[in-house]
Design a protein around this ligand. Structure first.
Ligand code: SR1
Length: 349
């Protein structure tokens, strides 16, 4: 039985137990610890990357969880600009927020300003940026496991001998962790040859990566597999392969999922054959819960890990899944995480 099959068999009971809706508690959350019982609590979510479905979905999950806690969440979108992200942290400090979630960024540019927030009594949670501070819990998507699941699927589909292209940009914690697994994988599999590395992270990541992928695929027609462990990279590679007319000769393995990604994956003739993903809205919600627990004086683990799921093109097609919402119904575990939960924190879905 496939993962989808197993999940569908048990979905009824799980969905029933998770039917809790998002509600705003402007006047405070009954039964919650101070200050949530009184209301009027402000948090900030400060991003670094503003483009792409993944980050919008993280923000949507964070907003839903904040609303359920009666927290006013201010989202600072980030524009791939460290100086601006630092300024936004300063602004959040001045706004009197009780907690800040820092979503990606350049660690060296953030550590001192994060310390400034902590010194002001503000709780800080980091997602996918290593702040390297014991007071700052780190949220991640188990990137080593994520990369291993993608590479296991690549081996299942292509064997242990293939010519690969690799999309990667150094300096982003999740990509660096996934890269560690790819480097070990190549050492352990001498039949896997990486012909080219490419990729860009900017305001138009998919398009920039597509331009690079086109040049790479033209110069290396023997590439049959592309490891692209970020959905914007995969999107760019798919576009390049389609424009060059080589989509039928290529298989793309990625990370992340969104409704738009699912539609690209299941499309006729799509070379995007698998992705490994968490539900980014669940990640955003977990980060807010961790921040809320810290503000309430509760203990929070330093490493907060949201487990990813392998999603293959074949399974998505045979399950008839075309949106994230349909995916969450077929795979209920995709819709929740037990990270940073508490009895007084409403579960959002
Ligand atoms: C540039 S970093 C992109 C990654 O950040 C998040 O962790 C997503 O999984 C995405 O792949």
């Amino acid at each position: 039985m496939t993962f989808f099959g197993k999940a569908a068999a048990s979905s009824g009971a799980l969905v029933a137990s998770l039917l809790i809706t998002t509600t705003a508690y402007a006047a405070g959350l009954a039964g919650a610890p101070t200050p949530f019982d009184k209301g009027g609590v402000k948090f900030a979510l400060i991003g670094y990357i503003s483009a792409g479905d993944f980050f919008s979905a993280v923000q949507a999950g964070a907003k839903a969880q904040s609303a359920a806690l009666g927290v006013e969440l201010q989202v600072f979108p980030g524009r791939q600009d460290s100086a601006e992200q630092r300024l936004q942290i300063e602004q959040a400090i001045n706004l009197g927020v009780k907690a800040i979630v820092v979503d990606h960024g350049e660690p060296e540019a953030l550590r001192d300003v994060v310390q400034k927030a902590l010194d002001a009594g503000i709780k800080v949670v980091a997602f996918d940026v290593n702040i390297d501070n014991p007071a700052v819990p780190q949220v991640e998507q188990s990137d080593h496991e994520l990369a291993r699941l993608a590479l296991d699927q690549a081996v299942k589909d292509n064997g242990k001998t293939f010519v690969a292209g690799y999309a990667y940009v150094a300096g982003f914690a999740p990509l660096d962790r996934r890269n560690e697994v790819w480097q070990d994988f190549k050492k352990a599999n001498s039949g896997v040859v990486e012909k080219a590395q490419f990729g860009a992270v900017n305001a138009t990541t998919a398009l920039s990566t597509s331009d690079q992928a086109k040049a790479v695929l033209r110069a290396n027609p023997d590439i049959s597999v592309v490891i692209a462990p970020y959905d914007e990279f995969a999107r760019g590679v798919k576009l390049a392969a389609t424009e060059l007319g080589v989509a039928d000769k290529l298989k793309i393995y990625s990370a992340d999922v969104s409704t738009a990604d699912i539609q690209e994956i299941v499309a006729d003739g799509s070379p995007w054959v698998a992705t490994v993903a968490t539900n980014p809205a669940v990640v955003g919600a977990a980060a807010i819960r961790a921040a809320a627990k810290l503000v309430a004086g509760e203990q929070v683990d330093h490493n907060l890990i949201i487990k990813p799921t392998l999603l293959t093109q074949a399974e998505l097609r045979s399950a008839g899944v075309t949106t994230i919402e349909e995916l969450a119904v077929k795979v209920p575990a995709f819709n929740v995480s037990d990270v940073a939960t508490a009895q007084w924190i409403p579960v959002v879905k």
